[in-house]
Each structure stands twice: as C-alpha cells, then as structure tokens.
Design a protein around this ligand. Structure first.
Ligand SMILES: NC(=O)c1ccc[n+]([C@@H]2O[C@H](COP(=O)([O-])OP(=O)(O)OC[C@H]3O[C@@H](n4cnc5c(N)ncnc54)[C@H](O)[C@@H]3O)[C@@H](O)[C@H]2O)c1
Length: 343
C-alpha cells in the first residue's frame, strides 16, 4: 500500500531528528518523549517500514542508515549507490542489501524502474541536483541532504518538479527537530516571550570542527564543493526563517580567509604534522592529536571496524593515506588536495 505524502514526510522527518538526537548524553533514551516532544507534530509511526535506497554511503548515509537498524519497523534500506568499494561493501553487509540493488553510482539506480518508496540523497553538496531530479521523475519521495543545491535555479527546478509530481522532498535541516529549537519556536509563536523584536543566532563552529571540515576536510575548497555560507550556514538561515515565520527582506553576509593562511603558520611548522613539525605538540590544530591521540572524528577515514586494527596508520584504506596536513601551512595555492584530511 503506498504511503501517504503526509505520513512519509513525518517518517523522514523523524529520521532527520534521530540524527540530531544522537548527540544527547549517553544513557538518555532519545525516543523517550521529552517535554517538548509530547506533542511533536513531526513524528508519527508509519503503518509499515518505508523502503529506501541510499545514494552516497558516507557519513550521513550511515547516520540515516543506522536509524533503519535501530527502528526497522520504520525504515528499511533496500538499496545503495556508492562508488567507494569499501563503503559500498560495508553498507551492503550492514543492511543485507540484495546484489541486484547495489550500484556504483546514483545514475545506475534510475536505470531501473522504481523499486522503493524513497531515496536518501547523501552524496556530496555538488551532487544533489542530478539525483534529486532523477528521483522525482522516477516517482520517489526523497530525503535530501542540505544544501539543496549551490545554484538558485537548481533549487527552483527541484521545487517546481516536487510540486508537479506531488512527491516529498524533505531537506535535512535537522535543527528543526531539536528539542531546543522546537521549544524556542513554540515560545515565540505562542507569544510566551512577548513580541519578537530582535533575534540573534550564533553557530559556534569550534576550532577543531572548523579545521576538520572546512580547512582540511570535504569543504576545504569552495570551488570543489560549496562555500561555508551554504555548507554550514544554510542551517542557520533556515532556522531563523523557520523561527520567525516570515520571509526575510535582506541578507548580509561577511567573511574572509584571514586566519588559515601560510603567513600565519607558526615558526618551525611543516606542511604536514608528521613531517617533523616543531610545534606539533602544542598546536591546537594538531592532526596527530585530534585523530591519532584523541582518536576523534575518525569516521571520515574508513578505518577497519575492529578496534585493535585501528591503531596503525597502515590500516587506513588506500583512498585515505593519513598524512595530516598542517592547517595554515598545507594551504599553498595550487597544491592538489584530495577529499578528506590530507593525502
Ligand atoms: N544535515 C546535516 O546536519 C549534515 C551534516 C553533515 C553533512 N551534511 C551533508 O550531507 C551530504 C553528505 O555529507 P557526508 O559528510 O556524508 O559526506 P561523505 O563524503 O562522507 O559522503 C558522501 C558519499 O557520497 C559518495 N558519492 C560520491 N559520488 C557519488 C555518486 N556519483 N553516486 C553515489 N554516491 C556518491 C562518496 O563516495 C561518499 O561516500 C553533504 O551534502 C553534506 O553537506 C549534512
């Protein structure tokens, strides 16, 4: 029985919220209705599990995929498209995906007639438009990672086609499902805090997150992907609009590449943290410290699943040779940087 548009939207919204709720303190059952979730209008259990195909089995594809593992009666991943063989294989194993539903790239999925309720588009920023338009044409409902597209025209094309086909395009602006923002919006709209005169919202990207994602990582080059105003701040633009409930009249944005420049590199630093850098031990951006000693944010490296095998650098698959890049020093113009954290 096909799912109603409303029900699917609610279900996919729940998947988005789960991604955010995952950050709650250990031991807290994130599905336990918190006070603000008692009447959460965004969640309704579906009559049956929504079947979905994941396009892009990287970090986000696994976040949503893991929701399906936790709540198999709500979401069932039955297909995957992913060009990195290791990721494709791991995802297939994790979700027991049938051989005929495994694909190398998103284009291949749409060579087949529709075979699931929805697609989860978790490909890189510049690869949202193609799969989204193809999925709409094929009749799928869609969970689309933000940003919708780097181009306004492409955003409008998606909107128009979604309206024309009547399919759901649920954009992963996950802040909308966070209890903090749900409550805040409720308070604004109920008038509990009086008339809204001024609103200040800050997204404090702490320094390691900044260096990990926007200097070393996937979003290190706005030409290769999207600039930070889209990659990160689209959440902030969205949440402000959603809270206030009225369209904005003017947007002002400023920013500059001031800090992470070669001329700010400390004395004695080298292009890569492991090249004998004299200040590595006290550098706040030391990749050795972040990834190797503290073992944080390792999900981008496709390490072996067994903990004991994660200890050696040789365990990093060939597509990520872990040679951590100095944040200011590794940014020489023209230096070829590959996706992820210094190759
Ligand atoms: N909603 C949020 O809060 C949030 C947070 C982080 C990232 N994102 C967004 O999610 C998207 C994915 O980010 P990520 O961190 O998971 O990146 P990622 O690099 O970990 O995953 C993207 C995956 O897409 C795969 N891919 C590349 N080309 C493909 C193709 N032709 N067909 C199928 N798969 C292909 C890559 O191999 C990779 O495994 C991005 O658009 C990003 O901006 C959203």
């Amino acid at each position: 029985m096909p799912l109603s548009r409303r029900k699917l939207l609610k279900t996919l919204g729940a998947a988005g919220s789960a991604a955010f709720l995952g950050r709650f303190p250990e031991g807290l059952d994130t599905r336990t209705p918190l006070s603000v979730f008692d009447d959460n209008p965004y969640f309704q259990k579906p009559d049956r599990a929504v079947t979905a195909i994941t396009l892009g089995a990287g970090n986000r594809g696994n976040v949503y995929g893991d929701y399906a593992l936790s709540y198999p009666d709500e979401l069932d991943i039955i297909g995957v498209a992913e060009p990195v063989a290791l990721r494709n294989e791991r995802y297939t194993q994790k979700h027991r995906i049938a051989a005929e539903n495994r694909f190398n790239t998103w284009e291949d999925v749409f060579k087949r007639p529709k075979f699931a309720d929805a697609v989860l588009i978790t490909t890189p920023d510049n690869l949202h438009y193609g799969p989204c338009m193809a999925a709409l044409k094929a009749g799928y409902d869609i969970l689309l990672e933000k940003p919708i597209s780097p181009s306004e025209q492409e955003c409008r094309d998606i909107l128009n086609l979604a309206k024309k086909t009547g399919r759901v395009v649920a954009v992963c602006h996950v802040l909308r499902y966070a209890p903090y923002f749900v409550k805040l919006r409720e308070m604004i709209h109920s008038g509990a805090i009086g008339e809204l005169v001024s609103f200040q919202h800050l997204e404090p990207i702490e320094h390691i997150h900044m260096s990990h994602s926007y200097v070393r990582g996937n979003w290190h080059d706005k030409k290769a992907t999207t600039p930070i105003i889209l990659a990160k701040s689209c959440h902030d633009l969205d949440i402000l609009r959603w809270m206030v409930g009225k369209p904005c009249k003017q947007i002002v944005a400023m920013g500059s590449l001031k800090w992470f420049r070669k001329e700010n590199a400390p004395e004695g630093s080298t292009a890569r943290c492991m090249d004998g850098c004299a200040v590595e031990g006290r550098c706040p951006y030391s990749a050795m410290d972040i990834y190797y000693r503290k073992r944080s944010r390792l999900y981008v490296f496709d390490l072996p699943e067994e903990k004991e095998k994660q200890e050696t650098l040789s365990s990093v698959p060939a597509h990520h040779k872990l040679r951590p890049l100095c944040v200011p020093n590794g940014q020489q113009p023209g230096r070829p940087l590959r996706q992820h954290h210094g190759i």
